[in-house]
Design a protein. Structure first.
Length: 145
């Protein structure tokens, strides 16, 4: 069985971890990670920490290892980029400028599907999102005025 990574805290790290653990506004997961590191710094084994915190050994091992590697930054969540942006501001501008043009022959006014077809590369769902956003901002301006 592999030996657990030894954790030695400096004064600032210990104070930061204690404040994360005590603060009522700290996210539960950050408070738990702080507690894991504080328990580990007292020389406790992973098994002992598992019993104290009633959690899985893998969780203890993960945060102990990440802290040893990257210190306080290691127990913070890594940035997750999420889904890439499909439509930028230029798509919104194109939608709105298309509204200034005459609708296709046989139509009195534009709708989401027509705008989408006319633009070619913007989904009808995105067109409706932009239109709803414009209505919301219009109403907000009227109420605030």
């Amino acid at each position: 069985m592999a030996k657990a990574t030894k954790i030695v805290l400096n004064k600032e790290e210990k104070e930061t971890l204690l404040s994360w653990q005590r603060a009522g506004k700290t996210e539960k997961r950050m408070a738990e990670r702080a507690r894991i590191i504080l328990e580990a710094s007292e020389g406790k084994t992973n098994k002992e920490i598992v019993k104290v915190l009633n959690t899985r050994p893998a969780r203890i091992s993960k945060w102990r290892t990440r802290f040893a590697k990257d210190r306080l930054a290691g127990i913070c969540d890594a940035a997750r980029p999420g889904k890439p942006v499909i439509y930028d501001d230029s798509a919104e501008k194109r939608i709105l400028s298309k509204l200034d043009e005459e609708p296709p022959k046989g139509y009195v006014k534009w709708n989401g599907s027509l705008l989408s077809k006319a633009l070619g590369d913007v989904s009808k769902h995105q067109v409706w999102r932009v239109l709803k956003s414009m209505i919301f901002h219009y109403r907000e301006d009227k109420v605030g005025a």
